[in-house]
Design a protein around this ligand. Structure first.
Ligand code: PGA
Length: 234
């Protein structure tokens, strides 16, 4: 239809995404905005708990999350992997060791994300399963601040691999090969199931699902398997 012609789609798109998606979504928005110059985008970056609060208030058109809440009712679309890895400074005694038993994390000085973070939730679930008790040296509300603390020698942490996508390993960070890691998770695009996406929101959703595998190959070569197979996409 005429409205589908390049550049004809117009309107506002309100996105709210979890903290790790900020390492990917802005790169995708560049080519998207060039293709659809009539679409204005606002992007809110925050943790899972705040995203859930925004959902309850119906504040946004689309969300990107990795741990879908049970409430509110959502329609979710998985689009890329979002694994959690154990990050240490290069030169850490466990760096380069293979298959490190998870018990080795016991009593390790650890840097933890803030309450409300999905990363923190996933880490705590895993520690509970394995009876791990780390020594929380520091609690920080930002992946970037945690990276600086790791580099500064304050301890180790567990973060999404996307947080080190620009610098990779070999510089300041080593990914430790700990048993049970990486923890496999995905990013999901989501909207309230009772809310029909606008034409603009639907355009972005399709773009995200169709273009992110190729974008991932370009920007995220470090990820093991860069994309879900198309049949896994709902
Ligand atoms: P968080 O989510 O910011 O709530 O920790 C990040 C993630 O799960 O990738």
């Amino acid at each position: 239809s005429v409205a589908d012609l390049k550049g004809m789609k117009q309107g506002q798109l309100r996105l709210a995404v979890i903290t790790t998606a900020k390492y990917f979504v802005p790169r995708l928005l560049g080519p998207f905005c060039h293709r659809y110059p009539g679409i204005d985008i606002s992007l809110k970056v925050t943790n899972h708990q705040h995203i859930q609060e925004r959902m309850a208030e119906n504040k946004d058109d689309l969300y990107i999350i990795s741990q879908p809440p049970s409430q509110p009712d959502l329609k979710v679309y998985p689009f890329l992997e979002n694994p959690l890895v154990v990050l240490a400074p290069t030169g850490h005694p466990l760096a380069g060791k293979h298959n490190v038993p998870i018990e080795k994390l016991n009593d390790a000085p650890f840097i933890m994300r803030e309450p409300g973070s999905g990363t923190r939730q996933a880490v705590q679930n895993l520690f509970e399963q394995h009876n791990i008790e780390v020594k929380v040296q520091l609690e920080l509300g930002s992946n970037e601040a945690i990276k600086q603390a790791i580099a500064g020698g304050l301890g180790i942490s567990i973060l999404s691999q996307h947080t080190i996508i620009s610098e990779g390993t070999g510089g300041e960070f080593a990914i430790l090969d700990v048993e049970g890691f990486p923890i496999e998770r995905h990013w999901y695009a989501a909207h309230l199931s009772g809310k029909q996406p606008s034409v603009v929101a639907d355009t972005f959703l399709q773009y995200l699902i169709n273009e992110s595998p190729a974008m991932a190959q370009k920007f995220l070569p470090g990820l093991g398997q860069s994309a879900l197979k198309s049949e896994e996409l709902a």
